[in-house]
Design a protein around this ligand. Structure first.
Ligand code: ZN
Length: 243
């Protein structure tokens, strides 16, 4: 079984389509595991939600998903993100709104726990420090936990109580073995690690390994739509730099 692992699509249809095509050409997948923030920031919230739903998929809620359907207070967001969420709310059909609103905070699949932020605080926590990783390792029972939210790809392991963040090597399968890991596949639709290409991962149950991929997409096409819809210019520009 191969699973395509994605996070933080953020209404970026061009990036999402590029990821699907690239994953198909690298051996394909049977199901998608989505770590939330399907919407918010970008120009195509409804189309991204509809495209994901065409596949066999398991998806958890992100803070932007629930903000866009009125389940979180927009005052919790910075003004630019709140403006994009307000615009997103107006674009969603009743059916898409219901779908996002019904997303669970946590799922387990094939020995992986899926959450958006962290297993301690699934909607809001940015899991980026050894101390937050240490707390997180105590909050899931499966071997591995998959997170998104920070838009930074990484693998994190715990050896004798110490947590270390490792680079998630690209286009090479990493054998999982017995060790417990927390893994972030990076963001599809708004990378923030200085590489503007869409980021994703693939898990292959045979030989029980995971790989990280980056793929180029038509950034200018996404930016043009964002400008046309009057979305905040800072959100448009950051796609060029992956910051
Ligand atoms: Zn996000």
């Amino acid at each position: 079984m191969q699973a395509l692992i994605i996070a933080d699509i953020h209404s970026n249809l061009e990036a999402f389509q590029a990821v699907l095509q690239d994953a198909e050409s690298c051996g394909g997948f049977q199901e998608i595991w989505c770590l939330g923030d399907m919407v918010g920031y970008g120009p195509d919230p409804g189309l991204c939600a509809d495209l994901l739903r065409r596949y066999e998929h398991y998806c958890v809620a992100g803070n932007h998903d629930w903000a866009s359907v009125g389940k979180l207070n927009l005052a919790e967001f910075n003004p630019v993100a709140a403006a994009a969420n307000r615009w997103t709310a107006q674009q969603l059909s009743a059916d898409q709104t219901q779908y996002l609103s019904d997303l669970p905070l946590r799922l387990e699949r094939e020995g992986f726990t899926l959450v958006h932020g962290s297993p301690v605080e699934p909607l809001w926590e940015y899991l980026l420090s050894p101390s937050s990783a240490r707390a997180s390792f105590q909050h899931f029972q499966t071997r591995c936990c998959l997170v998104g939210h920070s838009h930074i790809p990484f693998m994190c392991h715990q050896v004798e109580g110490r947590c270390a963040f490792l680079e998630f090597p690209k286009r090479a399968f990493v054998k999982l073995g017995e060790q417990r890991l927390i893994i972030n596949p990076g963001a599809v639709g708004q990378p923030r690690d200085g590489d503007p290409r869409a980021s994703y991962a693939v898990y292959d149950s045979e030989p029980d390994a995971i790989a990280h991929y980056r793929v180029e997409y038509d950034i200018a096409a996404t930016q043009e739509k964002m400008r046309r819809h009057g979305l905040p210019e800072s959100l448009v520009e950051r796609l060029s730099y992956g910051r």
